[in-house]
Ligand binder design. Sequence first.
Ligand code: ADP
Ligand code: MG
Length: 256
Amino acid sequence: MSEILRVENLKKSYDGFLAVNDVSFAVAKGELKALIGPNGAGKSTCFNMLMGQLRPTAGEVYLDGERITGKRPREIWRRGVGRTFQITGTYQSMSVIENVQMALMSHHKRIFSIAPRAWKLYRDEAMGFLDTVSMADQADRPCSVLAYGDLKRLELAIALCHRPRLLLMDEPTAGMAPSARIELMQLVADIVRDQGVSVLFTEHDMDVVFAHAHHIMVLNRGELIADGSATEVRNNPQVQEVYLGGGTLFKEDANA
Ligand code: ADP
Ligand code: MG
């Protein structure tokens, strides 16, 4: 499998404090990869450098072979790197489908068109995206009445409107109940399988990570200490050292 993302010796220093220290990894095309690690490990800092919000102190980022280090968020987004935000970016006063239509207008460069024609134009396409995230039955509801998990699914539909090649999801299931977390990540896994999108995500819930990620990376104090399959990561002594303090992060081990 070829790579969609390659990160080489990435570093971020805050006044001498190394939040991300010499991190190198790759994400393959069509892969669902998790980046896990304790609070403060440097996961969000890493994501922000991939998206262009933060300039790396050192290192390089390549998207499908093209160097994108130091490019602006919009330039990176335009090259097909999508992102879902921890705080939902939907317009509360609009309906579910109108939010998706807005994203489609932006994607097709008819930015904020008020022509009724434009709204009609993208309704079918928007419905298709809502169908992908199982939200078609809620198309005409105002966003303000949506349940939190449904807002997250809408957010995912909006991100998909821009046909990302790579989707970055920093704690996509934050604030959700355990069953809803599993459901949302199942949906993401289906999208990865059906649409060939690559996804890099961070997540606290180890059940979600081990159930869905193809490969898992572990970051600790800014350093990548593991990168491999679920079994490899579980059996990694350094990972066990970091997580054993928490006791039951690996459910199977706890039940064994
Ligand atoms: P994670 O997402 O894994 O919880 P972060 O990337 O948010 O970790 O943070 C990594 C480390 O960098 C933490 O110790 C945090 O306090 C520090 N940090 C993050 N942002 C800044 C900043 N703007 N200035 C100084 N230190 C920061
Ligand atoms: Mg974070």
